[in-house]
Ligand binder design. Structure first.
Ligand SMILES: [Zn+2]
Length: 318
């Protein structure tokens, strides 16, 4: 769908109301199957990890079950890791990178970390290859309080009993050419604002939390992913997607203030991956591999930084 089709919804300068949102929704055909592409693989990958149904999204006539993987032997003494994908449903490698991590790498971490993995947070948008949910809301601006979208609320509910335990959260995203051609124009039209154009970086980058950037951690992930795909260079202004570069391939936002999924826990280490799938230098397989590699590198860093051996009790020394 071209940006032109968004420009004709609504009145320039006026935010959308219900009629405009309904019209927009009617223009979003289903392009792929969450059941076939996500639920079937989840079923096949269940071994070793428990598969939890943590909610469902009732977008009549469609109902989307929400599934997550959880370590069967969850132990409070181990560092806990949250992996999320598909908060933006169109960002395909976020979903399939999370599944690839489960398939190929999760077993390596059994008994070393607790894993909670929600591979496709926004399935309606996965099927439409879109950024928003059916109410024309961006789930990745809705992770505040109890969550202002159903997608965020369900994930917040899933992690609530474990929230204090997370040491690491990695949220898997993409930056795409359609951000510039489709989603930024749609956002401007929806909010009745002037469109702001920008550049799309060619390559992988990370978005940390500006409140706690943890640059050694971010750099460890960048170094691992650089062996799989290229890292986005700075633009002509020395920035990436308009933000100051903190270290090569790393920028940061105030993630909690923005209501980003990356702020959903209080984990010390948090990052958002941004794979660039439209690069002529990256295949879909490479994008999935970059996501899974980022998850492994992030966990490996945390394991190095946080020895899991329990402290010796004074009573054992006498
Ligand atoms: Zn995204």
């Amino acid at each position: 769908m071209s940006s032109q089709s968004f420009a004709v919804i609504g009145t320039p300068g006026q935010p959308w109301g219900d009629a405009e949102r309904t019209l927009w929704r009617s223009q979003q055909p289903r392009k792929r199957s969450y059941a076939d592409e996500v639920l079937v693989p989840i079923d096949a990958l269940g071994a070793g990890l428990e598969v939890l149904r943590y909610g469902e999204l009732d977008y009549a006539p469609e109902v989307y079950p929400l599934l997550a993987f959880k370590s069967r032997d969850w132990r409070d003494s181990l560092p806990s890791v949250l992996v999320t994908g598909g908060v933006h449903g169109y960002e395909t490698s976020g979903v399939h990178g999370a599944l690839r991590f489960v398939e190929r790498h999760a077993a390596d971490y059994a008994g070393r970390v607790n894993l909670l993995i929600a591979p496709c947070v926004s399935p309606w948008a996965y099927e439409r290859v879109h950024r928003w949910n059916p109410l024309a809301l961006d789930p990745n601006r809705s992770f505040r309080d109890a969550g202002s979208t159903a997608e965020a609320a369900a994930l917040i509910g899933l992690i609530a009993p474990l929230r204090e335990q997370f040491v690491l959260h990695i949220d898997l995203h993409e930056t795409t050419d359609s951000d510039e051609t489709e989603f930024r124009p749609a956002l401007a039209a929806r909010d009745g604002k002037a469109r702001q154009s920008g550049e799309i970086p060619d390559g992988f980058y990370l978005v940390g939390d500006s409140e706690k950037p943890e640059l050694d951690f971010q750099q460890a992930v960048i170094e691992a992913v650089a062996r799989v795909t290229h890292i986005a260079p700075a633009d002509a202004h020395g920035r990436l997607i308009g933000a100051q570069i903190l270290s090569p391939g790393v920028i940061a936002y105030p993630v909690k203030k923005l209501g980003l999924c990356a702020g959903v826990t209080d984990a010390r280490y948090t990052t958002t991956t941004e794979v660039y799938p439209d690069s002529p230098r990256a295949t879909a397989q490479q994008c999935n591999q970059a996501q899974a590699t980022a998850v492994c590198a992030a966990i490996d860093f945390v394991l190095r930084a946080q020895p899991t051996t329990r402290p010796v009790q004074a009573s054992e020394l006498v």
